[in-house]
Design a protein around this ligand. Structure first.
Ligand code: NAI
Ligand code: MG
Length: 351
Protein backbone atom coordinates (compact mmCIF):
# COMPACT_ATOMS: atom_id res chain seq x y z
CA UNK A 1 0.00 0.00 0.00
CA UNK A 2 1.26 3.47 -0.88
CA UNK A 3 -0.27 6.29 1.17
CA UNK A 4 -0.16 9.79 -0.30
CA UNK A 5 -0.35 12.38 2.45
CA UNK A 6 -0.70 16.16 2.31
CA UNK A 7 0.99 17.75 5.32
CA UNK A 8 -0.18 21.20 6.49
CA UNK A 9 2.08 22.17 9.42
CA UNK A 10 0.46 25.64 9.72
CA UNK A 11 1.36 28.10 12.47
CA UNK A 12 2.79 28.24 15.98
CA UNK A 13 3.34 24.78 17.47
CA UNK A 14 1.73 23.22 14.37
CA UNK A 15 5.06 22.82 12.51
CA UNK A 16 6.75 21.57 15.71
CA UNK A 17 4.27 18.76 16.39
CA UNK A 18 3.98 17.81 12.71
CA UNK A 19 7.79 17.59 12.38
CA UNK A 20 7.82 15.31 15.44
CA UNK A 21 5.03 13.16 14.01
CA UNK A 22 6.21 12.57 10.43
CA UNK A 23 9.14 10.25 11.33
CA UNK A 24 6.84 8.27 13.65
CA UNK A 25 4.25 7.68 10.95
CA UNK A 26 6.97 6.93 8.37
CA UNK A 27 8.35 4.23 10.68
CA UNK A 28 4.89 2.81 11.39
CA UNK A 29 4.05 2.65 7.67
CA UNK A 30 7.29 0.86 6.88
CA UNK A 31 6.78 -1.61 9.75
CA UNK A 32 3.44 -2.61 8.27
CA UNK A 33 4.63 -2.89 4.69
CA UNK A 34 3.29 0.43 3.45
CA UNK A 35 4.94 3.44 1.86
CA UNK A 36 4.19 7.04 2.78
CA UNK A 37 4.67 9.93 0.34
CA UNK A 38 4.39 13.32 1.99
CA UNK A 39 3.61 16.56 0.16
CA UNK A 40 4.15 19.51 2.48
CA UNK A 41 2.21 22.72 1.75
CA UNK A 42 2.63 26.22 3.22
CA UNK A 43 -1.05 26.87 3.95
CA UNK A 44 -1.78 28.93 7.04
CA UNK A 45 -1.30 32.34 8.63
CA UNK A 46 2.04 33.24 7.07
CA UNK A 47 0.69 32.50 3.57
CA UNK A 48 -2.40 34.57 4.40
CA UNK A 49 -0.22 37.59 5.25
CA UNK A 50 1.89 37.10 2.12
CA UNK A 51 -0.86 36.40 -0.44
CA UNK A 52 -4.16 37.39 1.17
CA UNK A 53 -5.42 33.81 1.43
CA UNK A 54 -4.44 31.01 3.82
CA UNK A 55 -4.68 28.40 1.08
CA UNK A 56 -4.92 28.38 -2.73
CA UNK A 57 -8.25 28.22 -4.59
CA UNK A 58 -7.53 24.69 -5.78
CA UNK A 59 -6.68 23.40 -2.29
CA UNK A 60 -9.58 20.96 -2.12
CA UNK A 61 -8.68 19.58 -5.57
CA UNK A 62 -5.09 18.98 -4.52
CA UNK A 63 -6.30 17.20 -1.39
CA UNK A 64 -8.72 15.06 -3.39
CA UNK A 65 -5.82 13.66 -5.41
CA UNK A 66 -4.26 12.37 -2.17
CA UNK A 67 -5.31 9.82 0.48
CA UNK A 68 -5.26 11.93 3.64
CA UNK A 69 -4.24 15.23 5.21
CA UNK A 70 -2.22 15.75 8.39
CA UNK A 71 -2.88 19.22 9.76
CA UNK A 72 -1.01 20.90 12.63
CA UNK A 73 -2.83 24.08 13.65
CA UNK A 74 -3.41 27.62 12.45
CA UNK A 75 -3.65 30.90 14.27
CA UNK A 76 -1.32 33.81 14.81
CA UNK A 77 -1.72 37.00 16.79
CA UNK A 78 -1.46 39.29 13.71
CA UNK A 79 -4.29 37.64 11.72
CA UNK A 80 -7.93 37.67 12.90
CA UNK A 81 -8.80 34.13 14.01
CA UNK A 82 -12.02 33.85 12.01
CA UNK A 83 -10.13 34.52 8.74
CA UNK A 84 -7.90 31.49 9.20
CA UNK A 85 -10.52 29.25 10.74
CA UNK A 86 -13.07 30.02 8.01
CA UNK A 87 -10.44 30.42 5.24
CA UNK A 88 -8.74 27.12 5.90
CA UNK A 89 -10.06 24.58 8.33
CA UNK A 90 -13.83 25.14 8.08
CA UNK A 91 -13.42 25.73 4.31
CA UNK A 92 -11.70 22.37 3.84
CA UNK A 93 -14.25 20.57 6.00
CA UNK A 94 -17.07 22.01 3.91
CA UNK A 95 -15.44 21.71 0.46
CA UNK A 96 -14.44 18.10 1.09
CA UNK A 97 -17.78 17.47 2.82
CA UNK A 98 -16.00 15.99 5.82
CA UNK A 99 -19.25 15.06 7.48
CA UNK A 100 -18.03 13.66 10.76
CA UNK A 101 -15.47 14.74 13.31
CA UNK A 102 -14.12 11.93 15.48
CA UNK A 103 -12.54 12.74 18.81
CA UNK A 104 -11.43 9.72 20.79
CA UNK A 105 -10.31 10.34 24.35
CA UNK A 106 -8.75 7.83 26.70
CA UNK A 107 -6.81 7.98 29.89
CA UNK A 108 -3.15 6.92 29.83
CA UNK A 109 -1.24 5.10 32.51
CA UNK A 110 1.18 7.48 34.29
CA UNK A 111 -0.42 10.58 32.71
CA UNK A 112 -2.20 12.61 35.37
CA UNK A 113 -5.53 14.34 34.83
CA UNK A 114 -6.88 17.07 37.08
CA UNK A 115 -10.13 15.06 36.98
CA UNK A 116 -9.78 12.34 39.60
CA UNK A 117 -12.42 10.10 38.01
CA UNK A 118 -10.54 10.04 34.68
CA UNK A 119 -8.75 6.65 34.95
CA UNK A 120 -10.48 4.02 32.81
CA UNK A 121 -11.89 6.59 30.36
CA UNK A 122 -12.16 5.40 26.76
CA UNK A 123 -14.77 7.39 24.88
CA UNK A 124 -15.36 8.56 21.34
CA UNK A 125 -17.08 11.81 20.42
CA UNK A 126 -18.73 11.64 16.99
CA UNK A 127 -19.51 15.21 16.04
CA UNK A 128 -21.59 16.36 13.06
CA UNK A 129 -19.06 18.51 11.23
CA UNK A 130 -20.75 20.56 8.51
CA UNK A 131 -23.73 22.43 9.94
CA UNK A 132 -25.51 23.04 13.25
CA UNK A 133 -24.47 26.37 14.70
CA UNK A 134 -21.40 26.69 12.41
CA UNK A 135 -22.89 27.30 8.94
CA UNK A 136 -22.42 31.07 8.94
CA UNK A 137 -26.14 31.62 8.33
CA UNK A 138 -27.31 34.84 9.94
CA UNK A 139 -26.30 38.47 9.95
CA UNK A 140 -25.58 41.64 11.84
CA UNK A 141 -27.55 44.80 11.69
CA UNK A 142 -27.95 48.22 13.34
CA UNK A 143 -24.17 48.32 13.76
CA UNK A 144 -22.98 50.79 16.34
CA UNK A 145 -26.51 51.69 17.39
CA UNK A 146 -28.19 50.90 20.64
CA UNK A 147 -30.36 48.31 18.92
CA UNK A 148 -27.32 46.53 17.40
CA UNK A 149 -27.93 42.82 16.95
CA UNK A 150 -26.42 39.63 15.58
CA UNK A 151 -28.36 36.58 14.46
CA UNK A 152 -26.68 33.18 14.23
CA UNK A 153 -28.98 30.54 12.80
CA UNK A 154 -28.55 26.86 13.61
CA UNK A 155 -29.10 24.52 10.67
CA UNK A 156 -29.92 20.86 11.23
CA UNK A 157 -30.75 18.74 8.19
CA UNK A 158 -31.91 15.15 7.91
CA UNK A 159 -29.03 13.99 5.64
CA UNK A 160 -26.34 15.44 7.91
CA UNK A 161 -27.93 14.04 11.09
CA UNK A 162 -28.47 10.64 9.48
CA UNK A 163 -24.91 10.19 8.29
CA UNK A 164 -23.41 11.31 11.60
CA UNK A 165 -25.79 9.01 13.46
CA UNK A 166 -25.05 6.03 11.23
CA UNK A 167 -21.33 6.61 11.70
CA UNK A 168 -21.75 6.75 15.49
CA UNK A 169 -23.77 3.52 15.63
CA UNK A 170 -21.26 1.71 13.40
CA UNK A 171 -18.41 2.81 15.65
CA UNK A 172 -20.35 1.80 18.79
CA UNK A 173 -20.96 -1.62 17.25
CA UNK A 174 -17.18 -2.12 17.13
CA UNK A 175 -16.71 -0.74 20.64
CA UNK A 176 -18.86 -1.25 23.76
CA UNK A 177 -22.21 -0.91 22.00
CA UNK A 178 -23.47 2.30 23.60
CA UNK A 179 -24.43 5.61 22.04
CA UNK A 180 -25.33 8.67 24.08
CA UNK A 181 -27.21 11.18 21.92
CA UNK A 182 -26.25 14.64 23.20
CA UNK A 183 -28.87 17.34 22.52
CA UNK A 184 -30.78 20.14 24.19
CA UNK A 185 -34.22 19.24 22.92
CA UNK A 186 -35.98 20.41 26.05
CA UNK A 187 -35.09 24.05 25.35
CA UNK A 188 -34.38 24.04 21.59
CA UNK A 189 -37.48 22.41 20.25
CA UNK A 190 -36.99 22.49 16.46
CA UNK A 191 -33.51 21.33 15.50
CA UNK A 192 -32.86 19.03 18.44
CA UNK A 193 -36.25 17.32 18.39
CA UNK A 194 -35.40 16.52 14.75
CA UNK A 195 -32.17 14.95 16.02
CA UNK A 196 -34.13 12.87 18.57
CA UNK A 197 -36.51 11.55 15.90
CA UNK A 198 -33.92 10.77 13.24
CA UNK A 199 -31.51 9.13 15.67
CA UNK A 200 -34.34 6.92 16.96
CA UNK A 201 -34.92 5.78 13.35
CA UNK A 202 -31.24 5.03 12.81
CA UNK A 203 -31.03 3.28 16.20
CA UNK A 204 -33.68 0.82 15.00
CA UNK A 205 -31.22 -0.35 12.30
CA UNK A 206 -28.68 -1.24 15.02
CA UNK A 207 -30.48 -3.47 17.53
CA UNK A 208 -27.21 -4.50 19.16
CA UNK A 209 -26.35 -0.91 20.10
CA UNK A 210 -28.03 0.80 23.05
CA UNK A 211 -28.97 4.46 22.63
CA UNK A 212 -29.69 6.98 25.40
CA UNK A 213 -30.60 10.63 24.82
CA UNK A 214 -28.74 12.88 27.29
CA UNK A 215 -29.09 16.66 27.57
CA UNK A 216 -25.79 18.43 26.97
CA UNK A 217 -25.62 20.04 30.41
CA UNK A 218 -26.20 16.69 32.14
CA UNK A 219 -23.53 15.18 29.89
CA UNK A 220 -21.01 17.84 30.95
CA UNK A 221 -21.54 16.76 34.56
CA UNK A 222 -21.43 13.06 33.74
CA UNK A 223 -18.14 13.47 31.86
CA UNK A 224 -16.57 14.68 35.09
CA UNK A 225 -18.38 12.36 37.50
CA UNK A 226 -18.43 9.01 35.65
CA UNK A 227 -16.46 9.33 32.39
CA UNK A 228 -15.43 5.66 32.33
CA UNK A 229 -19.08 4.66 31.75
CA UNK A 230 -19.24 6.54 28.44
CA UNK A 231 -18.67 4.88 25.07
CA UNK A 232 -19.79 6.86 21.98
CA UNK A 233 -21.18 10.40 22.27
CA UNK A 234 -23.15 11.53 19.22
CA UNK A 235 -23.14 15.34 19.12
CA UNK A 236 -24.10 18.30 17.00
CA UNK A 237 -21.29 20.57 15.79
CA UNK A 238 -21.36 23.05 18.69
CA UNK A 239 -21.89 20.55 21.51
CA UNK A 240 -19.22 18.22 20.11
CA UNK A 241 -16.73 21.08 19.89
CA UNK A 242 -17.25 22.08 23.50
CA UNK A 243 -17.41 18.60 25.01
CA UNK A 244 -14.24 17.56 23.14
CA UNK A 245 -12.16 20.14 24.96
CA UNK A 246 -13.69 19.02 28.24
CA UNK A 247 -12.91 15.41 27.31
CA UNK A 248 -9.30 16.33 26.46
CA UNK A 249 -8.80 17.28 30.09
CA UNK A 250 -9.67 13.69 31.05
CA UNK A 251 -6.77 12.49 28.88
CA UNK A 252 -4.32 14.95 30.44
CA UNK A 253 -4.91 18.12 28.46
CA UNK A 254 -4.95 19.69 25.00
CA UNK A 255 -1.65 18.05 24.06
CA UNK A 256 -3.21 14.58 24.38
CA UNK A 257 -6.31 14.83 22.18
CA UNK A 258 -6.37 13.86 18.48
CA UNK A 259 -9.16 14.19 15.95
CA UNK A 260 -10.19 13.07 12.51
CA UNK A 261 -12.46 14.80 10.01
CA UNK A 262 -13.83 12.08 7.80
CA UNK A 263 -16.46 11.49 5.22
CA UNK A 264 -18.42 8.25 5.17
CA UNK A 265 -17.82 8.38 1.38
CA UNK A 266 -14.35 8.06 -0.12
CA UNK A 267 -13.05 11.60 0.29
CA UNK A 268 -9.60 11.81 1.94
CA UNK A 269 -9.80 12.43 5.68
CA UNK A 270 -8.16 15.30 7.53
CA UNK A 271 -6.38 14.41 10.75
CA UNK A 272 -5.42 17.04 13.34
CA UNK A 273 -4.70 17.56 17.01
CA UNK A 274 -7.64 19.39 18.55
CA UNK A 275 -5.37 22.07 20.00
CA UNK A 276 -4.56 25.35 18.28
CA UNK A 277 -1.26 27.04 17.50
CA UNK A 278 -0.48 27.61 21.22
CA UNK A 279 1.36 30.93 20.72
CA UNK A 280 2.22 31.00 24.44
CA UNK A 281 4.64 28.06 24.05
CA UNK A 282 5.46 28.16 20.31
CA UNK A 283 9.14 28.20 19.38
CA UNK A 284 10.28 26.68 22.67
CA UNK A 285 10.38 23.04 21.58
CA UNK A 286 8.14 21.96 24.45
CA UNK A 287 4.78 21.35 22.75
CA UNK A 288 3.38 17.91 23.45
CA UNK A 289 3.38 16.03 20.11
CA UNK A 290 1.11 13.22 21.39
CA UNK A 291 -2.14 14.66 20.02
CA UNK A 292 -0.59 15.02 16.57
CA UNK A 293 0.97 11.54 16.66
CA UNK A 294 -2.39 10.06 17.72
CA UNK A 295 -4.00 11.92 14.80
CA UNK A 296 -1.47 10.19 12.55
CA UNK A 297 -2.53 6.87 14.10
CA UNK A 298 -6.16 7.67 13.22
CA UNK A 299 -5.03 8.36 9.66
CA UNK A 300 -3.82 4.76 9.44
CA UNK A 301 -7.11 3.46 10.89
CA UNK A 302 -8.98 5.36 8.20
CA UNK A 303 -6.87 4.39 5.17
CA UNK A 304 -7.18 0.71 6.07
CA UNK A 305 -3.97 0.06 8.01
CA UNK A 306 -5.26 0.01 11.61
CA UNK A 307 -2.36 -2.21 12.73
CA UNK A 308 -0.02 0.73 12.08
CA UNK A 309 -2.33 2.94 14.16
CA UNK A 310 -2.21 0.41 17.01
CA UNK A 311 1.59 0.26 16.83
CA UNK A 312 1.76 4.04 17.27
CA UNK A 313 -0.74 4.05 20.16
CA UNK A 314 1.18 1.24 21.89
CA UNK A 315 4.50 3.04 21.43
CA UNK A 316 3.03 6.25 22.88
CA UNK A 317 1.69 4.32 25.89
CA UNK A 318 5.18 2.87 26.49
CA UNK A 319 6.94 6.23 26.10
CA UNK A 320 4.52 7.93 28.52
CA UNK A 321 5.24 5.36 31.24
CA UNK A 322 8.59 7.11 31.69
CA UNK A 323 7.82 10.48 33.30
CA UNK A 324 11.14 11.91 32.11
CA UNK A 325 9.57 11.99 28.63
CA UNK A 326 6.64 14.13 29.82
CA UNK A 327 6.43 17.66 28.37
CA UNK A 328 5.62 20.60 30.71
CA UNK A 329 1.85 20.41 30.02
CA UNK A 330 1.99 16.95 31.66
CA UNK A 331 4.00 18.32 34.56
CA UNK A 332 7.38 17.17 33.22
CA UNK A 333 10.52 18.78 31.87
CA UNK A 334 10.70 16.85 28.58
CA UNK A 335 10.76 18.28 25.08
CA UNK A 336 8.81 17.73 21.87
CA UNK A 337 11.77 16.00 20.24
CA UNK A 338 12.56 13.98 23.35
CA UNK A 339 9.06 12.53 23.57
CA UNK A 340 8.97 11.87 19.82
CA UNK A 341 12.33 10.08 20.01
CA UNK A 342 11.06 7.91 22.90
CA UNK A 343 7.96 6.99 20.87
CA UNK A 344 10.10 6.12 17.85
CA UNK A 345 12.38 3.93 19.88
CA UNK A 346 9.41 2.12 21.49
CA UNK A 347 7.94 1.65 18.02
CA UNK A 348 11.12 0.23 16.60
CA UNK A 349 11.60 -2.13 19.59
CA UNK A 350 8.22 -3.66 18.67
CA UNK A 351 9.57 -4.75 15.30
P1 NAI B 1 -4.60 26.45 21.95
O1 NAI B 1 -5.12 25.07 21.83
O2 NAI B 1 -3.62 26.90 20.95
O3 NAI B 1 -3.95 26.63 23.40
C1 NAI B 1 -4.69 26.46 24.62
C2 NAI B 1 -3.74 26.08 25.76
O4 NAI B 1 -3.30 24.73 25.55
C3 NAI B 1 -2.47 26.94 25.79
O5 NAI B 1 -2.10 27.15 27.13
C4 NAI B 1 -1.44 26.08 25.09
O6 NAI B 1 -0.12 26.31 25.52
C5 NAI B 1 -1.90 24.68 25.47
N1 NAI B 1 -1.53 23.73 24.40
C6 NAI B 1 -2.11 23.62 23.18
N2 NAI B 1 -1.49 22.67 22.46
C7 NAI B 1 -0.51 22.16 23.24
C8 NAI B 1 0.47 21.15 23.04
N3 NAI B 1 0.58 20.45 21.89
N4 NAI B 1 1.32 20.90 24.05
C9 NAI B 1 1.23 21.57 25.21
N5 NAI B 1 0.34 22.54 25.46
C10 NAI B 1 -0.54 22.83 24.47
O7 NAI B 1 -5.89 27.41 21.97
P2 NAI B 1 -5.97 29.02 22.02
O8 NAI B 1 -4.89 29.56 22.88
O9 NAI B 1 -7.37 29.29 22.35
O10 NAI B 1 -5.73 29.50 20.53
C11 NAI B 1 -4.48 29.86 20.00
C12 NAI B 1 -4.60 30.05 18.51
O11 NAI B 1 -4.90 28.78 17.89
C13 NAI B 1 -5.73 30.98 18.12
O12 NAI B 1 -5.28 31.75 17.03
C14 NAI B 1 -6.84 30.06 17.70
O13 NAI B 1 -7.72 30.59 16.76
C15 NAI B 1 -6.07 28.92 17.10
N6 NAI B 1 -6.79 27.63 17.09
C16 NAI B 1 -6.64 26.86 15.99
C17 NAI B 1 -7.20 25.61 15.93
C18 NAI B 1 -6.94 24.79 14.73
O14 NAI B 1 -6.06 25.12 13.95
N7 NAI B 1 -7.63 23.69 14.55
C19 NAI B 1 -8.01 25.08 17.03
C20 NAI B 1 -8.05 25.95 18.18
C21 NAI B 1 -7.47 27.19 18.19
MG1 MG C 1 -12.62 23.41 19.70
Amino acid sequence: MQIRLVSIPGDGVGPEVVAATLPVIQDAALMHGAGLDVLEVDWGGERHLRTGAPMPDDAAELVRSHDAVLFGAVGRPDVPDHELVWGLIIALRQQLDLAVNLRPVRSWENVPSVVTSAPGTDLLIVRENTEGEYTGVGGRTHRGREAELGIEVAVHSRPAIERAARYAFEQAGRRRGQVALVTKSNAMRHGYTLWDEIVAEVAAEFPAVECQPVLVDAMAAQMIQRPAELDVLLCSNLFGDILADLAAVLAGGMGMAPSANVSPATTPGLFEPIHGSAPDIAGQGIANPTACMLSGAMMFDHVGLPAAGDSIRNAIAVALLDSSNHTPDLGGTGTTDGLAAAVRSALNRER
